[in-house]
Design a protein around this ligand. Structure first.
Ligand SMILES: CC(C)(COP(=O)(O)OP(=O)(O)OC[C@H]1O[C@@H](n2cnc3c(N)ncnc32)[C@H](O)[C@@H]1OP(=O)(O)O)[C@@H](O)C(=O)NCCC(=O)NCCS
Length: 155
């Protein structure tokens, strides 16, 4: 099987990223969140939001590809990892590669700490990769407060 390759996202990726994001959350966050929470989270997700995020929104998005297909992405704003999602069918294993690429990018920006708000399902993944648990917190998605964990890693 081919290795994952990482490249910057472009607005032409917005449609694929939106589809992947929804599939990833529905398959991989289920269990940590209820179906109602997940559907509220995804209700307003549109490709336009991804286009905006990577242009005017100031987010840097990195895409993982395998065999020419987009299988995951990471989003960074400043020194915060805003999002990390893999395709549940084709992208397992890309999470680690994307996380290392995001750490490199933040290091290039001169930062020594990467922070994020981890979904509860992803906490073991981040722990395994050196992130320390900070405080419990919530994020507002589709009118609901979803539980997350603030985590940081010294780079
Ligand atoms: C959290 C997340 C990004 C981690 O990415 P990932 O690719 O699954 O993580 P890894 O690179 O560590 O791989 C995870 C598992 O898949 C396995 N894996 C690797 N390649 C694989 C493949 N080709 N097929 C199946 N499984 C594979 C790994 O061995 C690992 O298993 P293990 O934990 O039992 O050792 C991903 O699970 C995800 O997108 N979750 C939903 C969205 C989310 O919650 N994101 C975090 C927001 S803060």
């Amino acid at each position: 099987m081919a290795a994952f390759t990482i490249r910057p996202a472009t607005p032409a990726d917005a449609e694929a990223l939106c589809v992947l994001h929804k599939a990833s959350v529905r398959a991989l966050c289920w269990g940590a969140y209820t179906t109602e929470e997940i559907e509220a989270w995804l209700r307003d997700r549109e490709p336009q939001g991804f286009r905006h995020a990577m242009t005017d929104g100031g987010e840097t998005m990195l895409v993982a590809e395998r065999d020419g297909a987009v299988v995951g992405f990471a989003s960074i704003k400043g020194t915060v990892l805003f999002g990390l999602y893999v395709d549940p069918a084709t992208g397992r294993g890309a999470g680690r590669v994307l996380l290392l690429a995001a750490e490199d990018e933040v290091r290039r920006r001169g930062a020594s700490v990467l922070s994020l708000q981890a979904t509860l399902n992803a906490v073991p993944f981040y722990r395994q990769h050196g992130f320390m648990r900070q405080d419990r917190s919530t994020v507002r998605r589709g009118g609901r407060d979803l539980a997350v964990l603030d985590m940081t890693k010294t780079l």
